[in-house]
Design a protein around this ligand. Structure first.
Ligand code: PLP
Length: 260
């Protein structure tokens, strides 16, 4: 059936963990995609046990079920972008590769390796599996700690960013919220241009779900037809405003106010 309104809400296929507290993961994706004018298809990579302070358990979803869900969706619609968050096994990284090949859509991947509260979230083999995925990634959004884990032994963040691009990621935005300093510097490395830094005033946190929200915003703006440069700039501005509206639903960290 023809649907003239479909193009007004481009679809973003999201593959992320479920945070029952609603700050991060698939709920952050769905809210962000919708708030920015898209529609989220939501594949859940893992269920988690967590509160607004930290994660205590990650339960990977069955890969065969994810494949079946994706097959049904992709037979029905063509997503304009893919957003990937928490991957609960190395095999799920292979699934991302399948999705990329099947759709041809640009992938924005937020490598979730450790929770802001400190819990380890990277299963065995994930860092290597992410390395193999780099050539299929349009935008990679590690925070500084994640960038250092993806490039062990790198001298500084510049070396991490350049190495990730050299190994195939077309764009890498290393966010600096987890670095010390009065401001937050986010650094963009790319295959077709020189690095660029974005400087933001540091907001009083701590926050939970900011990284998921940023990656989902970038994916939505790409799906809406923005260039990578515009999507990175506009998504950061939007997330900064969402963090200014941040609130604490529990006793722990604040989450972005994705709805005004
Ligand atoms: N839970 C899920 C499902 C996530 O995707 C993430 C991060 O992406 C986290 C928890 C941790 O979020 P944060 O590092 O913002 O606390």
């Amino acid at each position: 059936m023809g649907n003239p309104n479909k193009e007004r809400r481009p679809t973003v296929l999201c593959l992320s963990g479920h945070d029952p507290g609603g700050g991060a993961g698939i709920q952050a994706d769905i809210e962000t995609v919708a708030a920015l004018g898209g529609h989220a298809f939501s594949l859940i990579s893992a269920h988690t046990v967590q509160d607004t302070t930290d994660v205590t358990r990650v339960q990977a979803m069955d890969l065969a079920l994810l494949r079946e869900q994706a097959a049904a969706l992709l037979a029905d619609a063509a997503p304009r972008a893919i957003k990937v968050g928490l991957l609960a096994s190395a095999a799920q990284a292979g699934f991302v590769s399948e999705l990329t090949r099947q759709t041809g859509a640009p992938v924005v991947l937020d490598p979730v390796l450790r929770a802001g509260g400190g819990a380890e979230l990277a299963p065995a083999g994930l860092v290597d599996a992410l390395a193999a995925l780099l050539p299929q990634i349009e935008v990679l959004t590690p925070n500084a700690a994640e960038a250092r884990r993806l490039v062990p032994g790198a001298g500084d963040l510049d070396a991490c960013g350049r190495d990730l691009v050299r190994r195939g990621a077309r764009n890498v935005l290393i966010t600096g919220g987890d670095e010390p300093g009065e401001g937050v510097i986010n650094r963009w490395y790319r295959s077709d241009g020189s690095p660029r830094a974005f400087a933001w005033p540091r907001l009083a946190g701590p926050f939970h779900g900011a990284g998921c929200t940023l990656a989902a915003a970038i994916a939505t703006l790409l799906a809406r037809g923005e260039s990578v440069g515009a999507a990175l700039a506009d998504a950061q501005a939007w997330v900064h405003a969402a963090l200014q509206r941040g609130f604490a639903p529990g006793k722990g960290r604040m989450i972005p106010g994705r709805w005004s």
